[in-house]
Write a protein that binds this ligand. Structure first.
Ligand SMILES: [Zn+2]
Length: 63
């Protein structure tokens, strides 16, 4: 899992937290990170709306 030293959680949709962080180029990225045990899904998006959409459509892989 990549380090998110500057991750700031700004909202939560279900188990998914959405926050902003900066990539190594200094650009702001919107990250969606699932906090469910055993899921570990996370992804970066360039816009918050894209991250929100991904969070709403995310389905955990529950075994
Ligand atoms: Zn999940």
């Amino acid at each position: 899992m990549p380090a998110r030293d500057f991750f700031h959680s700004v909202m939560r949709i279900g188990p998914v937290q959405i926050g902003t962080h900066r990539d190594r180029n200094g650009a702001t990225k919107h990250a969606a990170v699932c906090s469910s045990d055993g899921c570990g899904w996370s992804a970066d998006y360039s816009t918050q709306s894209a991250a929100q959409l991904a969070a709403r459509t995310h389905r955990c892989r529950v075994r």
